[in-house]
Write a protein that binds this ligand. Structure first.
Ligand code: Y43
Ligand code: MG
Length: 202
């Protein structure tokens, strides 16, 4: 039996505005309000695990313990089949420049350069969502969206690697689809559906 989320206000344990926006919209459908980690000045924990669930768990626990509130963390990433699932858990690191800023155009170009020689263009996004309570209890869920990587990148909406990912059954990239359409089929929405079934029944 999963622990039920009874709070109507939780902390979003993420410093990525795109992820905070998408998760806040999903939570709002269930009448749950979000306080951002940035608003509470929460530290950015080091992501030392080698799984999405592992990193989401450590981010959620750090935020729950620091804030005394239930926290939701999102650890996610982009995987390319011909690269054995890379960049995967290290997706954010691939975008990081020596000055600490993120350059997604450069990160996407790196993926393309490595993957281009391979005929298989299969790619997927993974999203792990973990709820953590201040007493240390956690509940975790993982969702996926599968499709193809495309080049050149297309579209302006979304964030991160969205312009180079075309989900199965669609002719637009996530960045061309815009919020609502991405929402219906994304890895984040898939993980959230499981979370709602598990922890938002009560
Ligand atoms: O829907 C998505 N569309 C495009 N790109 C995406 C998506 N979802 C995750 N991504 C990329 C962004 C980041 O490069 C990495 C996640 O890294 P990840 O450590 O989970 O998040 P983050 O460091 O940006 O924020 P934080 O750890 O504070 O939640 O995958
Ligand atoms: Mg991160």
């Amino acid at each position: 039996m999963r622990r039920q989320l009874t709070e109507r206000r939780i902390v979003m344990a993420s410093h990525n505005e795109g992820k905070v926006r998408e998760n806040a919209a999903l939570l709002a459908e269930h009448g749950i309000e979000v306080v951002s980690a940035r608003a509470l000045n929460l530290p950015v924990p080091e992501e030392t695990e080698n799984s999405f669930i592992g990193n989401a768990t450590l981010k959620a626990l750090a935020a729950a313990r620091a804030s005394g509130m239930v926290a939701l963390a999102d650890d996610s990433g982009f995987s390319v089949a011909s690269l054995n699932g890379d960049p995967g858990v290290r997706t954010a690191d691939w975008a990081e420049q020596p000055d600490g800023r993120r350059d997604y155009a450069a990160a996407m170009a790196r993926v393309e350069a490595l993957a281009a020689p391979h005929p298989d263009r299969t790619a997927w996004f993974t999203c792990a969502l973990v709820l953590a309570w201040p007493d240390g209890h956690t509940e975790g869920f993982e969702g996926r969206a599968t499709g193809q990587w495309v080049w050149p990148p297309r579209g302006e909406a979304g964030f991160g690697y969205d312009p180079m990912f075309q989900p199965d059954g669609h002719h637009k990239t996530f960045a061309e689809m815009g919020g609502e359409a991405k929402h219906a089929i994304s890895h984040r929405a898939a993980a959230f559906r499981l979370l709602a079934e598990g922890c938002l029944k009560g």
